[in-house]
Design a protein around this ligand. Structure first.
Ligand SMILES: Cc1cc2nc3c(=O)[nH]c(=O)nc-3n(C[C@H](O)[C@H](O)[C@H](O)COP(=O)(O)O)c2cc1C
Length: 297
């Protein structure tokens, strides 16, 4: 029996309840460029960590996902993938974050981090929110068993390479600070496409988590981000960058690599519009007071 409380629906409702205050006086043409882990990017709009696209869509879809990101200079987050697939995506030239599962076989995590380092990826992620299956037992994905991470284990993963390590699937100040204590270089606020029902929408959790962080690290956000205005709301509330997943799958289904590239460029244009209209004309001028929560929506 399907449970009620779908977190994607709740998250979408929350995003639509956030309204934008305009500030035209003294505004200017915006610049959405971003420096992250020592590298420069044209935009904070990124792909989300998707996996199994060849299975869910069609053969070659993962490669299209990567090449559309490369073509547009978009940071490519990739989900669970075997090494040859990671190598194929990296060979497109896209700046990439490989998201590694919390494999019960911890040696496999170390190997994947070292492999990512040898490919010169931008960073690696671990989705800490995927240890358990629907009944609370350890999940098994593609034959690999998962297990929850301890803070000490996360510390070892952080220090085993020179790559920034980002933890994905954070929705509490508790997890955020355990990860920060372990030495992570970033957090992704996400419920991972409704992994649990009634999850707090990432943008609702963002201000509290950011304020409660024992050490400042980049914060990424995903879930139900569809337009540049959604991206803007996340940035204004304190996100460093924002990831889009399923809408890019739809864009690929419609018009392949070009469809996804166009979608990403449209989102950037919409983001520029929101930045210009609010006077938040660069990422360091983002201001949470331009966002108002309408509880009646
Ligand atoms: C087909 C598919 C595969 C995914 N695979 C992964 C994965 O391997 N690792 C991960 O951390 N998240 C994975 N996710 C979750 C996404 O990274 C993202 O958190 C989620 O889809 C919410 O973003 P969206 O609403 O823009 O799709 C996957 C999502 C989808 C739809």
């Amino acid at each position: 029996m399907a449970l009620t409380g779908n977190s994607n629906i709740i998250t979408r409702k929350y995003l639509d309840s956030l309204l934008i205050e305009t500030r035209y006086m003294n505004s200017s043409v915006p610049d959405q460029s971003l420096t992250l882990y020592g590298q420069h990017f044209d935009s904070p709009v990124m792909t989300a960590a998707l996996s199994h696209l060849d299975h869910f869509m069609f053969e070659g879809a993962t490669s299209l996902y990567a090449s559309a990101a490369a073509k547009t200079g978009t940071v490519l987050w990739l989900g669970m993938a075997e090494d040859p697939e990671v190598e194929r995506c990296a060979s497109t030239g896209a700046k990439m974050v490989e998201t590694i599962k919390p494999f019960a076989d911890r040696e496999r995590i170390f190997q994947k981090i070292r492999h990512a380092e040898s490919l010169g990826l931008l960073a690696v992620g671990i989705d800490i929110d995927h240890p358990f299956a629907e009944d609370g037992s350890p999940d098994i994905v593609d034959g690999y068993e998962m297990a929850p991470l301890t803070t000490a284990e996360l510390r070892d993963f952080c220090s085993c390479s020179s790559l920034p390590l980002i933890v994905k699937g954070v929705l509490s100040t508790y997890d955020a600070n355990e990860a920060v204590k372990a030495g992570v270089s970033g957090l992704v606020l996400s419920h991972h496409n409704n992994r649990i029902e009634y999850a707090i929408p990432p943008l609702m959790a963002l201000p509290e988590i950011k304020a409660g962080l024992e050490k400042e690290v980049p914060i990424f956000v995903d879930c139900e981000i569809q337009t540049g205005l959604d991206v803007f709301k996340a940035l204004a509330l304190g996100a460093t960058a924002v990831c889009i997943g399923r809408p890019l799958m739809t864009a690929i289904k419609k018009d392949g690599e070009n469809g996804m590239a166009e979608y990403l460029l449209d989102v950037r244009k919409q983001l520029s519009k929101a930045m210009a209209y609010t006077g938040c004309t660069s990422l360091d001028k983002m201001d949470p007071t331009v966002i108002h929560h309408a509880s009646w929506l």
